[in-house]
Every structure is written in C-alpha cells, then in structure tokens.
Design a protein around this ligand. Sequence first.
Ligand SMILES: Cc1cc2nc3c(=O)[nH]c(=O)nc-3n(C[C@H](O)[C@H](O)[C@H](O)COP(=O)(O)OP(=O)(O)OC[C@H]3O[C@@H](n4cnc5c(N)ncnc54)[C@H](O)[C@@H]3O)c2cc1C
Length: 383
Amino acid sequence: MSSRRFDVIVVGGGPAGVAAAKASAKTGAKTLLLERNPAIMAVKPCGQAVSAHTFETAGVKPTSSMILNRVSARVYAPNGRSVKIPETGYLINKTLLLQEIAAQAAEYGAEIHVNEPFISFARRGDILIVKTPKAEYECSALIGADGYNSRVARTLGVNERSEPIPTLQYLMAGSRLESIDEIRIYVGNEIAPRGYAWLFPFSDRIAEIGLGVRGAPLKPYMDRVLRMLKSELGSAQVIDNRGAPVPVGGVISKYIFDHVILIGDAAGMVIPMTGGGIHSSIAAGIAAGEVVGEASQEGEASEKRLRSFDEKYRPWLERIRRSLRVLRVIEGLSDEDLNELAEILDDEDIVDLANGLNVGRVARKLLSHPRLAVKLARQLLSI
Ligand SMILES: Cc1cc2nc3c(=O)[nH]c(=O)nc-3n(C[C@H](O)[C@H](O)[C@H](O)COP(=O)(O)OP(=O)(O)OC[C@H]3O[C@@H](n4cnc5c(N)ncnc54)[C@H](O)[C@@H]3O)c2cc1C
C-alpha cells in the first residue's frame, strides 16, 4: 500500500465535499477528495431545487445545460388555497453543478479520487492516517462531507444524528402538467403528516413527485398524492423511484474535533423547514475548506483553531437554528390552523418563516388573530 501525504483530505463528493475541496485547494493546501462512487455525480435522490444565490455561493456561472427549468413556487394549504412565491429559483442538473465545482477544485490543484471509499482513520500525534481499500494516506486534517450516514462521524464515535425525515421521490415520464412554471408544495396532515409533498416540473413531460412524512409510512401517502394529481399525470410512468433521509433536526451538537470537521448532511446542515441542503452544504464546504486549508498549512488544526468555522458559517447556523424552531411550532398545527395561516400570510412571510428570517415580524402579524395568537404567534415571538 502506498502512503502519501496531504494537508487536507475531504471525504465525499456531494455539494459539501466538492465545495470544501475547492476552497481548501484554493488556500494552497495539498488537498485530496475521496468519493466512493465511480463518478462525481448526484447519485443520491434529490429534488435539485435551488435559489439563484446558490450559484453565487458556489462561484459557478450557471450554464443552460445546468438549468432544467426556471421556476417560482406555490404553496398549497390543505383546503386547496394557495400562495404564490414569485421569488425565482431553479430546478437544476445537480450532477453538472457538482462536476463544475469539482473542475474548479481540480484547477486549484485538488486531487480527486473516485471509486475510492473512505474506510477509517487513526491518529498518530498530529497526523491522521486515512485508510481506503486502495491506499493509506497521511494528512493534517480531515473534512467529513460523506452524507447522512457519515462513516467519518462513526469513526469519530459520533452517535448523534440530526432527526431525519424519510422521503420518497418518483420521476414521472409522460406527465401533462397544467403549468411548468411553478414548483408546488402541498402541506397538511392528510397529505403529508409533519412534512410536505412536492411536485417539481423538470420539463413539460417529466415531473418529479416527492414526499416527506414523519411518524407515518410513505407509500400510502404517495399513492394519495398520485391520485390527487391523476388528471395531470395521466398515464405517466415512474422512471425513478428512490428515497433517502433528509436531516431536518438541525445541526448536531458537536461537529468540530481536533483535526476533523463534519459538514453538510453529516452534521445536519440543512434548512429544517424546507429540507433544502444544497446551498447550506456548499456554504459549509467553502467555510470548512478555507478554515481547514489554512489551519493545516499553519500546522495547527486543533479543535480550537477549527472553531473559526463557526464564525464563517454563523449566518447559516443561525438560519438553521431559527428554521428548526419554526418547524417545531408549525409541525403541531392542525389542518384548520394551516388553512387559516394561508389566509393571513403572504409570500414574503412564508419565505421568511421557512428560512427562519424575520420571524418576529411574521409573529406580530399573527398576533391580531385570536386563535393563532395563542397557538402560534407567542411561540414564534420567542424565537
Ligand atoms: C429526496 C430528497 C430531495 C431533496 N431535495 C432537495 C432540493 O430540492 N434542494 C435542496 O437544496 N436540497 C434537497 N435535498 C437535500 C440535499 O440533497 C442534501 O442536503 C445535500 O445533497 C447534502 O450534501 P452533502 O454533500 O452534505 O451530502 P450528500 O449529497 O449526501 O453527499 C455525500 C457524498 O459522500 C459520498 N460518500 C459517502 N460515504 C463515503 C465514503 N465512505 N467514502 C467516500 N465517499 C463517501 C457519497 O457518495 C456522496 O457523494 C433533498 C434530499 C433528498 C433525500
């Protein structure tokens, strides 16, 4: 077995990992990215919906092939009333985004090994010995960006996991959607208890139907969603049927250690209300890559030094924390409450609540509605 020396090893070539490899290599750190799959590509199921800001954070100029559809959004209350969110986002080809960030990482000098899973690491003084089936590597610091079932976390002895929401996603070919300009989000206890269902129009013929629920089996609810959309789905066929957990329970309590940091899904860095984790993971990757890249070259990658990640990532940590608190308040609401909310809230309120932003402003708006003031507004005001 060969034994080569790197400053930084990044495990996982998802959004967090490719961004971390790029940022680390950009600091001048000798960086290795390990991906267990044979390609840098979006193998794990994902809705692939992102905001325009995601590209800015990633430092990527979106190409027409990267963008499948430019969309606004519409949120449906249980009674069918809907609120349009005009803010434009994108349904993307996530593989192309990951590959573009990986290309930038390579241009900054990162080495990328696909088909090479991380197995374990051991400490030898200030050096980490990282094992894969192909080699043993030495490095000063390790970034665990290997997703929800992170092996880096397990090797560290981290048992805490962010609370997952199980999801199921069908790609439907041959659909005949009434409109392909909007993604649709359906909330309510009949549709998706403690979660939501979504319809993402990838094209006029391909629609993605997804569902996340907690405390209930997915399949019967998916069948119900398909029945609800029957007229638009027609004889469309399922050409992709997969699911995966999304960590919506917020960031785990400890994700920084001497010489090691966990980021992205591995640390629960997802916006809890939306389940969106592409942007927050890319931002985490960039912050971690910069901090770890610099620290490893200074020869000081202690936990204390790596804590400067928290400073760089602070706005996201705050956003995730507040969004989680909103989720905890909203998840207890009845369908009647959700219907009433849809009458009162406008698009800006909904976007703010989902992202844990300006929660006080939205709460004050609800204070004048007697039932929701007691159930909701007072709790939101304490966030
Ligand atoms: C059904 C579903 C729909 C979603 N929809 C959206 C959406 O529309 N918008 C959005 O923003 N977010 C969405 N998300 C969330 C988003 O997919 C994740 O939050 C995001 O991909 C997390 O990025 P990550 O890099 O942390 O982890 P991952 O994307 O999970 O990447 C981890 C990488 O590590 C690799 N890996 C794992 N173990 C090893 C190992 N031992 N050695 C080497 N490599 C390893 C994996 O192969 C993978 O490439 C969705 C998630 C699901 C499940």
